[in-house]
Design a binder for this molecule. Structure first.
Ligand code: FMN
Length: 198
């Protein structure tokens, strides 16, 4: 029997590793379509996504990221090259799938801009939950390359979109127990509003 929404929210965990099993691209589209019933404010959804599953796509993305790190001095010597190429090999080349999420940008309207970011975060969380239902585990990441507008444009996003998340996706190893998570006690962060005396 399928877990309830509440159970899925509580049991879902992040993992930077997974099985290497390929994920059918049609399944990813299907999960994104379900996730797109996230709320949004405005006439059209403020998000775009690019799906990376083939070796050609992974190689091309990896090369563009390394070029971005060189351009932005994140790679500036042999040591940083070693660190970043190792990281990106693990994260991009060796990942069964990556989904790049971008949000529409409203430079002259801070509220609309917040709304676009918040709605896209809701989409991503929905995606995490429906993926978990299919025994897929995600790693929601904000790698430094998301901040490079040249790269964002090279990846095919329009100029009025900002890259927000690189999301790693893979099948969970069902032999491994699910990690338990810790959260602060509710009353640490949710408190009644105390109106000040007039
Ligand atoms: C907006 C956002 C950005 C994140 N970026 C990173 C990241 O760059 N690196 C990382 O290790 N984890 C990142 N995470 C994942 C968190 O580490 C993870 O969600 C947190 O440790 C709680 O674990 P859980 O998802 O298993 O409950 C990000 C999560 C969110 C929501």
């Amino acid at each position: 029997m399928k877990a309830s929404i509440s159970e899925t929210i509580v049991t879902r965990r992040t993992s930077k590793t997974s099985l290497t099993t390929e994920i059918p691209v049609e399944l990813i589209y299907n999960l994104l379509e379900k996730a797109s019933y996230a709320p949004f404010h405005g006439k059209t959804e403020p998000w775009l996504a690019k799906i990376v599953t083939t070796d050609t796509e992974k190689q091309w993305l990896y090369q563009r990221i390394i070029a971005s790190y060189e351009r932005n001095q994140i790679i500036k010597d042999a040591q940083s090259r070693e660190r970043m190429t190792t990281k990106m090999t693990r994260l991009i080349l060796n990942s069964p799938a990556t989904i790049l999420f971008a949000h529409e940008v409203f430079p002259d309207d801070q509220r609309k801009n917040y709304d676009a970011i918040e709605a896209t975060a809701a989409l991503i969380q929905n995606f995490s939950l429906v993926a978990w239902e299919e025994d897929l585990v995600g790693f929601w990441a904000t790698s430094p390359f998301i901040l490079d507008p040249i790269l964002t444009n090279e990846l095919g996003f329009p100029l009025n979109y900002e890259l927000m998340t690189n999301y790693r996706l893979g099948y969970r190893d069902l032999e491994q127990p699910i990690k338990t998570a810790q959260r602060q006690p509710i009353h640490n962060w949710a408190t009644p509003l105390v109106p000040l005396a007039e």
